[in-house]
Design a protein around this ligand. Structure first.
Ligand code: DLZ
Length: 176
């Protein structure tokens, strides 16, 4: 449930075990103080669900705009079950904000549908630094936690459905 008072680190349903899941995390270097805090939250949540560190790969990209291609690199070149994309876009004086937000939102949607792979959207789109700090471990929790939890739930859903699917001999990440 998304409300003004929603805490990004509190989940309505318990996390499934992530002991056998593999994750890629792609982190934007812009607004690094914020994105490092998002990364801490995401890794903490994966670990809390039992995901071993060896199953977590972390890569950095220059900015949020590059998260899409970073996620695609994970899909194409690694064996991860899901990607968690972490970034922070802060409204400035130009329209850059709109273009970056639109680009990354549509890009990530495209990549996850093309690869049939969950890509969690851990991107803060905020008006100022304080709003960002409030959402990367501050009074509204941590969007990294939320993104990691979403990734875990989606991998579990995919594995459960794939296990009973009449098409299960197909590679679940096939792009054919
Ligand atoms: C250029 C730019 C600007 C103005 N603002 C942000 C921002 O708030 N957050 C962010 O993650 N990245 C920003 N960038 C960088 C772009 O995402 C991208 O890295 C560059 O346009 C190069 O492609």
């Amino acid at each position: 449930m998304a409300t003004a008072h929603h805490n990004l680190s509190q989940f309505d349903s318990p996390l499934p075990s992530a002991a056998d899941m593999r994750f890629g995390i792609v982190v934007a270097e812009w607004n690094r103080e914020v994105t490092e805090a998002l990364l801490e939250g995401a890794v903490r949540t994966l670990r809390a669900a039992g995901c071993p560190d060896v199953n977590i790969q972390i890569k950095y990209v220059p900015g949020t705009f590059e998260l899409t291609l970073g996620a695609q690199f994970f899909a194409e070149y690694t064996e991860v079950d899901a990607v968690i994309a972490l970034g922070c876009v802060i409204q400035g004086e130009t329209r850059h904000f709109d273009f970056i937000c639109q680009g990354v939102t549509q890009g990530i949607t495209q990549v996850q549908l093309h690869w049939n792979m969950p890509i969690a959207f851990g991107v803060l789109t905020v008006e100022n630094q304080q709003q960002a700090l409030d959402r990367c471990g501050g009074r509204h929790g941590n969007k990294g936690d939320e993104a990691a939890a979403a990734a875990i739930h989606m991998v579990k859903m995919q594995l459960d459905m794939e296990a009973v699917s009449p098409n299960k001999e197909r590679d679940i990440h096939s792009v054919n």
